[in-house]
Design a protein around this ligand. Structure first.
Ligand code: NAD
Ligand code: MLT
Length: 310
């Protein structure tokens, strides 16, 4: 059997696949959709991170593909409906990068509070400007977490260690989970009205697309700070830009953008805006974790055994 591995998935994490005598691992170079359509017929399995888009055309061209693995959480770069129609399993690795994404969110929050990137940029340009960078403390501030799943919960736990008050909105989690974590569950409007910092941690769905928009920002506190390390498109970037120019939003940090890669969003030029190029899962540890998890799932799927994360 042959498994195509795309997008620079961690070699160290591919051990569970490499150990199988009857599975050949092929490391693929970056390909266009046409190139992928041409080669996919040879493969029984495939692993992608986020750069490769497994479109309907790619799925249609597959002849013996049994499983597509995503080395990460979101499977939005895979046409899952087309794959399912063809009886191809789509598996992911939902746990391996939770801490990486939560720590990146904390880095964004601290970076916003203390204006670290802007101050550093100015100093690198030769200017020792102590007055321009008065920050705020996280202690005693209210953090509104939208989406209290794996990453949202890990962020809440870390923010509690910073002595923040945590409120959360998630229509699908149990009261018990929130209670155990000493988190107050509130309505979305209440979260908007009370939070000093808002961080989103849900998938991009029809429901969550542009959830942070002109209308929701209007309900937020003056001087709110907003973070998105989940999925591009949950925050309406045009509305965020307007609100930052108007001074309603004091700072924002996006790791993910509606269009990626993205170097020309006007937000990127604002001093109180922090941008990172989808780095939430980019730690050495997380990349090994997700590769191991997805490689194990691919082996199980190719052997016809039970997979955990389909
Ligand atoms: P998860 O499934 O554990 O948690 C998502 C939570 O969102 C769930 O509790 C769910 O109930 C909640 N939710 C769904 N719809 C909602 C809505 N309308 N309003 C409020 N909450 C809602 O997922 P996770 O592992 O915590 O990942 C969260 C997000 O982070 C995903 O979009 C994932 O793709 C993304 N992610 C990004 C990076 C990165 O590199 N930036 C890394 C890992 C994960
Ligand atoms: C994920 O959904 O796991 C992330 O977006 C990770 C990534 O691919 O960078």
């Amino acid at each position: 059997m042959k498994v195509l591995v795309m997008d620079g998935v961690s070699e160290q994490g591919l051990a569970p696949l490499r150990q199988q005598a009857d599975i050949e691992v092929v490391i693929g170079e970056k390909m266009t959709e046409d190139q992928l359509v041409e080669v996919i017929g040879d493969y029984d399995g495939m692993i992608v991170r986020s750069a490769t888009k497994v479109t309907e055309r790619v799925v249609e061209a597959a002849k013996k593909l049994k499983v597509i693995g995503r080395a990460g959480v979101g499977v939005d770069n895979i046409d899952r409906a087309a794959a399912t129609n063809k009886g191809i399993l789509v598996v992911n690795a939902p746990d391996g990068n939770t801490i990486a994404a939560a720590e990146h969110t904390m880095a964004m929050m601290l970076g916003l509070a203390r204006k670290v990137p802007a101050a550093c940029g100015k100093l690198k340009n030769g200017c020792w400007d102590k007055k321009a960078f008065l920050g705020v403390e996280l202690r005693g501030k209210t953090l509104g977490v939208i989406g209290l799943g794996r990453i949202g919960s890990a962020v809440a736990k870390r923010a509690q260690a910073m002595e923040m008050n945590i409120i959360a909105y998630d229509p699908y989690i149990s009261e018990e989970h929130a209670k155990k974590m000493a988190i107050e569950i509130v309505t979305l409007n209440e979260l908007y009205a009370r939070a000093d910092f808002i961080t989103v941690h849900m998938p991009k769905t029809k429901e969550t697309y542009h959830m942070i928009n002109k209308e929701s920002i209007a309900l937020m506190k003056e001087g709110v700070r907003i973070i998105n390390c989940a999925r591009g498109g949950i925050v309406d970037e045009a509305a965020l830009y307007e609100a930052m120019i108007a001074g309603k939003v004091a700072g924002a940090a996006l790791d993910v953008f509606e269009t990626e890669p993205n170097t020309d969003s006007p937000l990127i030029q604002l001093d109180n805006f922090i941008a990172t190029p989808h780095l939430g899962a980019s730690t050495a540890e997380a990349q090994i974790n997700v590769a191991v998890d997805v490689a194990e799932e691919i082996v199980a799927a190719l052997r016809g055994e039970i997979v955990k994360n389909a």
